[in-house]
Design a protein around this ligand. Structure first.
Ligand code: HEC
Length: 159
């Protein structure tokens, strides 16, 4: 009886070894073979994983480049903009709940802000927000937002 159990177990173990050997991640250049310094399987074992690693690194770099090119990136904005405007207009004025601001001139932004503050343009959200800000504050925001495209371009040039 004991012998039968041992025999069955042996078969199971060998079967799973064979399965892992043919499909396992640690073989044939699989990612998990990284770090198998003493791997004995000759050239294919050491060359294949290295080639794959290079490809993976390259793809990751490409991916992050594409992501950078796809969005405007994150150029620096004032703490004021960050805390008062970014939640609705995006960290770089790309727009979320509120409309996109990047690309508008500072004059346009300033006029809109004055319109909202005075109530000539109806928007409870913007009005409530601007009521505590002076016209100088609005000018400052407008000037900053007007600079966004230049900041984005500068960031792009650095990449
Ligand atoms: C709670 C969300 C919210 C916050 C915070 C907010 N906005 Fe707005 N903003 C809006 C919404 C919504 C509109 C669209 C209103 C409309 O068109 O009636 C808008 C519109 C605008 C517009 C007009 C844009 C256009 O093209 O029509 C400007 C300019 C603007 N916001 C600037 C700012 C500035 C500057 C701040 C920070 C001081 C700010 N907003 C903070 C929600 C917000």
């Amino acid at each position: 009886m004991k012998n039968i159990i041992v025999g069955v177990l042996t078969v199971v173990i060998f079967a799973s070894m064979a399965y892992v050997a043919s499909n396992g991640r640690a073989y044939h250049g699989g990612e998990a073979s990284k770090g198998f310094g003493t791997f004995k399987d000759g050239e294919t074992a050491s060359a294949a994983p290295a080639a794959k690693d290079d490809r993976e690194i390259e793809q990751e770099e490409l991916k992050s480049l594409r992501e950078k090119a796809g969005n405007v990136g994150a150029f620096k904005v004032s703490d004021n903009y960050k805390s008062k405007c970014a939640s609705c207009h995006g960290v770089n004025g790309e727009g979320t709940v509120g409309p996109k601001l990047i690309g508008q001139t500072s004059e346009y932004i300033y006029n809109m802000l004055i319109e909202f503050k005075s109530g000539r343009k109806e928007n409870t959200v913007m009005k409530g927000l601007l009521i505590s800000l002076s016209e100088d504050d609005l000018k400052e925001f407008a000037d900053e937002i007007g600079e966004f495209p230049a900041r984005a371009a500068e960031l792009k040039n650095k990449q």
